[in-house]
Structures are given as C-alpha cells and as structure tokens.
Design a protein around this ligand. Structure first.
Ligand code: FMN
Length: 149
C-alpha cells in the first residue's frame, strides 16, 4: 500500500515516495517491471496498470524537489530505524527522542512509474464494464478496446 503523490495524465506517470532502506527499493532495482493496483469506491473503478519504475535516490534532482515540498511531519517519518525492523514503542506519556529531519532526507527516494497498459474495470449493478488501453513510450494512447468483464 503506497500513497499516490502525483499523477501526470499526458505521460501516464505516477509518483510514489519511499524509504530507500525498504526491501522494495532493492527489489525494484532488480526488476523495475511493476503492476499498480488502484480502486475508487465512489466511482466503483478498479485499475490495473502495468509499466516500469525509475528510482530517484537521495541527492537526485527528483528526490530533492519532492523533499522540498514535504511538510515537516512527513519528513520525520523517514527518520528512525529501517522499515520492517522490530521496534519498541516509547513508553506512553514520554516525549520521543528529538530527531533531525536531515537524517530522513538521506533515505528519501522517489519512484516514478510510467504505465504501458491499463486494465480499466467499472463495477455496476448490472452491465459491468472493462476496457484495455495501451500507451506508447511517450504516453500516447496506442490502442483501446472494450473486453468482456
Ligand atoms: C495507509 C498506508 C500508506 C502507506 N504509504 C506508503 C508510501 O507512500 N510509501 C511507502 O513506501 N510505504 C507506504 N506504506 C507502507 C507499505 O505499505 C509497506 O508496508 C512498507 O513500505 C513495506 O514495504 P516493503 O517491505 O515491500 O518495502 C503505507 C502503508 C499504509 C498502511
């Protein structure tokens, strides 16, 4: 589960943020082919996007620009121990250790995803709808067709 940070309709790109110490950062280096799943309860839409991810690590232009826009409380989520490591919660009522947000910046990474296909599915009471879309390397629509749900 990741938070969608930005979307660019023209290039069919999505942006996510992550801690570069998380396992997925390394996994995406070995295999940048990913599937992004999304669901909108209001529109009753299920989206399955396939494409590739580019990693922009600490010090990169993308990571620097994204970091600048983050509120302090979000920056602080990148401080502390590596994601997934066992931790002991601080005693209730005690103030947490003060942490430096620069510590977080050195671990902050941006994932840029570019979709090549979209499997679009809309749940309706009756007459569910599904369509497949393909995009070329610059994000232009190259194919679309309705398929049976
Ligand atoms: C509501 C919610 C939002 C999350 N948002 C992010 C996010 O934006 N980026 C991220 O790396 N992990 C996010 N996580 C944590 C991931 O879902 C995941 O558990 C964690 O990153 C470990 O992934 P990995 O071990 O595959 O690297 C979120 C978790 C929840 C429950």
């Amino acid at each position: 589960m990741v938070v969608l940070r930005a979307a660019d309709r023209a290039t069919r790109s999505l942006e996510f943020h992550t801690d570069t110490r998380s396992p997925k950062w390394l996994e995406l280096s070995a295999n940048p082919q990913v599937t992004v799943l999304g669901f909108c309860p209001q529109a009753r839409l299920q989206l399955r996007l396939q494409g590739t991810v580019e990693r922009h690590g600490p010090g990169s232009e993308s990571a620097e620009a994204a970091w600048e826009k983050l509120p302090n409380r979000t920056r602080m989520t990148y401080t502390g121990g590596p994601p997934g490591d066992e931790c002991a919660f601080e005693t209730m009522g005690e103030l947490p250790e003060p942490r430096d947000e620069a510590e977080g910046k050195a671990r902050f990474g941006v994932l840029s995803f570019r979709a090549r296909t979209l499997d679009w599915f809309q749940l309706r009471q009756q007459d569910n709808r599904r369509a497949l879309f393909s995009y070329d390397e610059i994000g232009a629509l190259s194919n679309s067709r309705w398929v049976n749900p």
